[in-house]
Design a protein around this ligand. Structure first.
Ligand code: FAD
Length: 344
């Protein structure tokens, strides 16, 4: 029987990050993943945004997450020999003068200062920005498909393309056994699908469907523009535009309604006419309390969870993956706000 330190189920951003962190620490891992073009990490724009939402609030734990994530992904892309991380300003147009005045004040506060480049930067030609806008620092995006594909290839024989069947998982005194492999433990990193596991069924998941468009415009913008929707430049006049939020229809179907909503919002942001070239839907592994689900199963110590990354998997995964790694390696406690122990 083949032996590994850990089996990881799922190779979205969660499975990729924790796998890399464990391997860097000298552990061996087997990743079992069933590729799905609609997996959240495959559909996501990969945006890294320190100040978000209608109210423009600071991302939860931004001061811890952001310094960590830039280092983490730059090192990973260097090791893989790819360019997946793009540091790029995110620009939010002001619709009223009062917003600009507000941000003049806020940008001087310690909380916001490291994330604000400018509060009166003019937008590029072709953007509706009647009162200039807020240009954010430490922002950008991660090319998730490129990263995930390259990482899967780098795993080589330590990657299995297959659907994991929980009924075949055997819990033993030493750890787990699964299809000819034994390991000290198993880490569930299956995105929203983890809610179907009998080990995690009681957790308060709250998956949210999201749709995104790929469009073409007549020109290439330098920045990511964001107000109501984001328009993320992919190069060659292409943009990703998103996203919708729907917690009722949890399926992968693309809808006319979502396309209409996104295009209407885009009209308020961009003056140019878009041509839609693609539309995709995915399901975010969100949670009721909007905090990740990380840690060790209270009854089965060989079973672990790395999930619940919600709407911000790219920003959250490196910092909290490090905590899971430290739990596995040294028994260090996961911080209570994200530890699944909060529900047991
Ligand atoms: C429309 C949309 C836009 C988004 N935009 C952003 C954004 O701009 N920035 C950001 O940070 N986040 C964004 N997100 C959220 C982000 O996608 C998630 O936080 C993150 O991708 C979750 O990663 P994950 O690895 O936990 O799950 P997933 O990406 O779902 O990965 C789970 C993996 O496990 C596999 N799997 C599931 N079941 C099994 C099984 N039984 N056997 C084997 N394999 C299995 C799946 O196929 C998949 O490969 C967006 C999400 C959506 C839907």
């Amino acid at each position: 029987m083949q032996a590994y330190d850990y089996i990881i189920i799922g190779q979205g951003i969660a499975g990729t990050v924790i796998s890399h962190q464990l391997r860097e620490a000298g552990m061996t891992v087997l990743v079992i993943n069933q590729t799905n073009a609609n997996a959240s990490s495959r559909v996501a724009a990969g945006i890294i945004n320190p100040i978000t939402g209608r109210k423009m609030s600071l991302t939860w734990r931004a001061h811890d997450l952001f310094p960590y994530l830039w280092d983490f992904y730059s090192q990973l892309e260097k090791q893989l020999g790819i360019k997946a991380l793009h540091l790029q300003e995110i620009y939010r147009p002001f619709l009223e003068v009062v917003e600009q005045n507000d941000w003049m004040g806020k940008s001087a506060e310690d909380n916001f200062k490291p994330f604000v480049n400018s509060v009166n930067a003019p937008a590029e030609e072709g953007i509706h920005a009647p009162h200039d806008g807020l240009a954010l620092n430490q922002a950008g995006w991660l090319d998730l498909n490129l990263l995930l594909d390259t990482y899967r290839d780098a795993l080589g024989v330590h990657y299995r393309e297959a659907a994991f069947r929980e009924e075949d998982l055997l819990l033993t005194a030493e750890g787990v056994e699964y299809e000819g492999v034994k390991a000290k433990g198993i880490i569930y990193a299956q995105g929203y699908a983890v809610g179907e596991s009998k080990y995690w069924e009681g957790l308060p998941f709250r998956p949210v469907k999201g749709e995104v468009l790929t469009i073409e415009l007549d020109r290439d913008f330098e920045r990511i523009y964001n107000r109501g929707v984001f328009a993320l430049p992919l190069g060659n006049h292409r943009y990703r535009v998103g996203a919708t939020y729907d917690n009722h229809n949890l399926n992968y179907e693309v809808t006319e309604q979502a396309r209409k909503t996104l295009l209407e919002k885009l009209e308020g942001l961009v003056k140019l006419s878009p041509k839609v070239v693609d539309q995709r839907a995915g399901i975010r592994p969100a949670t009721k309390d909007r905090r990740p689900f990380i840690g060790q199963h209270p009854d089965y110590p060989q079973i672990f969870l790395f999930g619940g990354l919600g709407t911000k998997g790219v920003s959250l995964a490196p910092f909290f993956g490090e905590q899971l790694k430290n739990l596995l390696l040294k028994g260090t406690k996961i911080e209570p706000e994200v530890d699944i122990y909060r529900f047991f």
